[in-house]
Structures are given as structure tokens and as C-alpha cells.
Ligand binder design. Structure first.
Ligand code: AKB
Length: 314
């Protein structure tokens, strides 16, 4: 039975990851940590929880020493648009937090997961069907952090034998916890606005394609990769994963199959648009499929159905 410590457990991925891992491995075997304690009554407090600022190496070490996990999942990070507003803070949080987490994994010999992102690519990366190994010269602080993080995780594997594993996530779409500060967030907001107001104004322009994936598939991918036999893995970190390449018009067309009157218009945000244009249109996930059986279940239309139904029930 696994015993898992999670940082950033109240974030967009962390929230659902914590619940799923507790379902599989038992509530008491999954420790959620985050900067602040959630409100009383939050489902996360049904199991162990500790307050943790990931830049505080001593506290992270102390929590790990007490909980005695065999796995550390480091999810705490600032996303692309927020990182661009405060790049120095982003560097300190994203890189400082990661280094502290890797050190804890090294000291206590923990299996380790942290996500990278399509943000690790840049404007001179091949745009379509982007291979896993290719040019990476990102032009955002978030992207710089993600490439550095991929390299650092590989370094800890080769140099210290830490069992580091990671994927490059596309935009993740969920109705449980809304994301904050990302470039791909429009693809979540559009569903909430569709249900609540019947219309959405997109800050990302028409014909801007980015990869996306439904959160259930993202959580399954993490679990599958972490359970994959080490001998099957030629790579460790930075696996491309994706379920679809879409633009705002495609999401709107999918929503209109259920809500024919849904209206989409545009008020493009130049900062997030520039970030989106520096990322690939579509990435190639064939290595993840071949090495550990990555197989997303949701396409755009099945995801739209789930999103609209779940948001209507809220
Ligand atoms: C963001 O938009 O910053 C994230 C990501 C793709 O890493 N959702």
C-alpha cells in the first residue's frame, strides 16, 4: 500500500488528485498539504492535512519525517499568466519549491512526481504534432521554470537514483476546482459562463489552438505513470500527454450541441494571447502511450457533456 504526501493539494489538480488517491490507497495514507488550511467542512479535511509553504525546506522535511511517505507528489506551482506578473516570485516558488521537494525525496528515498507543461515549449518549437524531444526555448518565466524542472528531475534520477516521474500537461479542464492564473483557463471558464449566463467573452482569440485534457484523464495519467514498472520506462520525466487540440470556436460548437443559443465573442488579452501563441498547436503523446499505456478516455464532446451536466447540478 502506498503512502503519499502531496504539496499544493488545494490547487486545480491537487484537489481531485488527493480525493482519488485517498479512494485508491486509503484516506489515512494520503497527506494533503497546502499554504493555507481549507475552510472547515472541506472534503480535503476528511483526511490528514498540514499547512506547508513549499519554500520552507525545514518544514517540508519535518512533515515528511513525521508522516513517513513512500511517495511525494509536488503539485504546488504558480501558473503561466500569474508567473508573468511576478517573475522573481515565480522563480523562487516554482524552482525553490521543486528543489526542496526533490531534496526531501532524495533524503527519504521517495518516489517522486511533479508536472511539467506544454508551457515548456517556445515559439521556435515545431507547432504541430510537437515531438517529446525537440527544441525548447520558452519565452515565459513559467516555461523557463518548467524546462529547468524537467532537467532537475532527470538530474535527481541519474545522479541520486531518485525515482522521479513526470508529464507535460496540456490545459486541464475540470468542474470541481477552477484554475487560477493559467493561459488555458478560458476552456474551463467557458463552460461555467455557458451554464450561468449563456454567453462567454474569450480572452484567447479565434483559431488559437492549444492542447487540452479532462481532469479525470489527467489524474488517471498520474496514477498510471507512477504505477508503471520502471523497466518499461525509457524516459522518466517530460512525457507529452494530451487528449485534444482545440480553439474557442470548437468548444463553443460543442457547447451548442446542448445549448443552441450559446454566444461566444472575443476580447483578446494580449499577454495571455502571446503566451498561447508561443505554445504548440498540438503535441504528440505517442511515447506516453507506448511506454506506460497512456490512454485518455474523454474527447471534446464527451468532456462537454460531463462539464455542462456537473455545472448545472452545482
Ligand atoms: C497554464 O495555462 O499556465 C497551465 C498550463 C498549460 O501549464 N494550464
Amino acid at each position: 500500500m502506498k503512502r503519499i504526501m502531496i504539496t499544493g493539494a488545494l490547487g486545480q489538480i491537487g484537489t481531485e488528485l488527493t480525493m482519488k488517491l485517498r479512494e485508491i490507497y486509503g484516506t489515512d495514507n494520503v497527506l494533503a498539504t497546502d499554504l493555507r488550511r481549507p475552510e472547515e467542512g472541506s472534503a480535503i479535511l476528511a483526511g490528514p492535512f498540514e499547512e506547508l509553504d513549499v519554500t520552507d525546506a525545514e518544514r517540508m522535511d519535518q512533515i515528511a519525517a513525521e508522516f513517513k511517505p513512500d511517495t511525494l507528489m509536488h503539485m504546488a506551482a504558480l501558473l503561466s499568466a500569474t508567473a508573468e506578473k511576478n517573475p522573481v516570485f515565480a522563480w523562487n516558488l516554482n524552482m525553490g519549491g521543486l528543489l526542496n521537494a526533490l531534496e526531501v525525496a532524495r533524503k527519504y528515498q521517495l518516489q517522486f512526481f511533479t508536472p511539467s507543461s506544454i508551457g515548456a515549449f517556445g515559439p521556435n518549437t515545431p507547432k504541430d504534432n510537437t515531438p517529446q524531444t525537440t527544441i525548447q526555448r520558452p519565452t515565459t518565466m513559467y516555461g523557463v521554470n518548467k524546462v529547468s524542472g524537467e532537467l532537475l528531475c532527470d538530474y535527481y534520477f541519474h545522479r541520486f537514483g531518485v525515482d522521479t516521474r513526470g508529464v507535460r500537461f496540456p490545459g486541464l479542464i475540470s468542474h470541481v476546482k477552477e484554475p487560477g492564473g493559467g493561459t488555458t483557463d478560458y476552456a474551463v471558464e467557458i463552460y461555467f459562463k455557458a451554464v450561468r449566463e449563456g454567453k462567454y467573452t474569450s480572452y484567447i482569440g479565434k483559431d488559437t489552438f492549444m492542447d487540452m485534457m479532462f481532469m479525470d484523464d489527467a489524474i488517471d495519467a498520474i496514477i498510471k505513470l507512477m504505477e508503471a514498472p520502471a523497466e518499461n520506462l525509457k524516459d522518466r520525466n517530460a512525457f507529452n500527454v494530451t487528449a485534444m487540440s482545440i480553439d474557442p470556436e470548437m468548444v463553443a460548437a460543442s457547447i451548442r450541441k446542448h445549448m443552441p443559443d450559446f454566444e461566444l465573442d472575443y476580447d483578446v488579452d494580449p499577454v495571455r494571447q502571446a503566451i498561447a501563441e508561443s505554445w504548440p498547436n498540438s503535441i504528440d503523446a505517442s511515447e506516453a502511450k507506448a511506454q506506460w499505456g497512456f490512454s485518455p478516455k474523454f474527447d471534446l464532446d464527451t468532456m462537454t457533456e460531463e462539464m455542462l451536466e456537473a455545472i448545472k447540478k452545482k
